[in-house]
Design a binder for this molecule. Structure first.
Ligand SMILES: C[S@@+](CC[C@H](N)C(=O)[O-])C[C@H]1O[C@@H](n2cnc3c(N)ncnc32)[C@H](O)[C@@H]1O
Length: 332
């Protein structure tokens, strides 16, 4: 249903002023929301929540619960970058979308799977700008659904892995808006496939841990190193490039061997995928040589055989992804 359709009864007074100033401008990306508009969006969100609360307080819970919005929200995992790695369900959801709110990590070609007339709204970091604050993203998703639109919230990788899906689902639940989640291939599994690395190599690694190296806003990054330093496990470290030295120091300090192999996969599953091999000890001293693209750190003895198989010594270097593509990989 187009944005111009009548908003559903009950929330109408809030949707008119919410959509009025944006019009088609939203399709140009979130920077248009900056400044006064962003503040206004946050205020509208508060008003929307207040409206729901006051209706409940007036004893009309049943009314709110039974009169579901005509629109819907689907959180869709876009995978690590290659459109071929989308699920069939993701492709169908995109094809049916009226509006797509997407992150900066969504790979090229994936947005093209939405209809040409679908509105596309970038809510992620772009060109050095910060992402739209999470609260404003929540408000925007809800407002679009309450206007009767089929909303696709498109996230890189899997929505439920370091994707802030929990906050969006909580917000939609509180407003009684139905939400569905379509999983995507998370970066760790995409990178394992593109590099030919079994993360649970038999007899070597008995666990895989997905961990972020990013503290919450303003918080210091201080994981439980002793728990992570398992010589029989593989670590997949998200958002780790900037913290690579701290990761190396923390893990070696907690007892992991300095010769433990590390692979930083930059732009995994994309045409410009790059591999940067090092060891924990070298990473503790020098960090990783990865560039600006999204980078996943894989750490563990499960990587050793493949690295040895490539015939080079442990050192920081680059191997183009094309190197592996199309090759038959000998792994379990
Ligand atoms: C906010 S997290 C989002 C993770 C995402 N939900 C997932 O399941 O992959 C972003 C981090 O994921 C990792 N990442 C995402 N896409 C990647 C890719 N194509 N190659 C390497 N790492 C990637 C990077 O560590 C990046 O900093």
């Amino acid at each position: 249903m187009p944005a111009s359709a009548k908003p559903r009864e009950g929330f109408g007074p809030f949707l008119g002023p919410l959509f009025g100033p944006f019009g088609g401008g939203l399709s140009m990306g979130w920077p248009k929301l900056a400044g006064g508009l962003a503040v206004r969006l946050a205020r509208m969100g508060r008003e929307l929540r207040a409206a729901v609360t006051s209706r409940r307080a007036a004893g009309r819970d049943a009314d709110v619960a039974t009169r579901r919005p005509a629109g819907s929200v689907t959180l869709v995992g876009a995978g690590p970058g290659d459109p071929d790695l989308l699920t069939v369900a993701a492709v169908k959801a995109l094809a049916a979308a009226d509006v797509v709110l997407y992150d900066h990590l969504v790979g090229d070609g994936i947005l093209d799977l939405a209809p040409a007339k679908a509105e596309r709204i970038c809510v992620g970091k772009r060109s050095g700008r910060h992402s739209l604050p999470q609260e404003e993203i929540n408000t925007l998703i809800a407002a679009q659904a309450l206007a009767g639109r089929r909303v696709v919230r498109l996230k890189g990788g899997d929505p439920m892995v370091f994707g802030r899906a929990g906050e969006e689902i909580d917000h939609l639940d509180a407003l009684g808006i139905p939400v569905r989640v379509i999983p995507g291939i998370t970066a760790a599994l995409g990178c394992a496939a593109s590099t030919g690395l079994s993360l649970t190599r038999r007899g070597v690694s008995r666990a895989v841990t997905f961990v972020t190296a990013h503290g919450r806003d303003g918080e210091r990054f201080e994981p439980d190193w002793a728990r992570l330093a398992d010589p029989q496990g593989t670590l997949a470290i998200y958002m780790g490039r900037e913290q690579a030295r701290a990761v190396g120091q923390g893990l070696t300090g907690a007892g992991l061997c300095a010769e433990t192999p590390v692979l930083a996969v930059e732009n995994g599953c994309r045409p410009d995928e790059r591999h940067h091999w090092t060891t924990l000890g070298a990473m503790a001293a020098d960090g990783v040589a990865a560039g600006k693209g999204p980078t996943l750190l894989l750490v563990g003895e499960a990587l050793r055989q493949r690295r040895q198989g490539s015939g080079a010594a442990y050192a920081v270097d680059d191997l183009g992804a094309g190197h592996h593509r199309g090759q038959r990989l000998d792994h379990d």
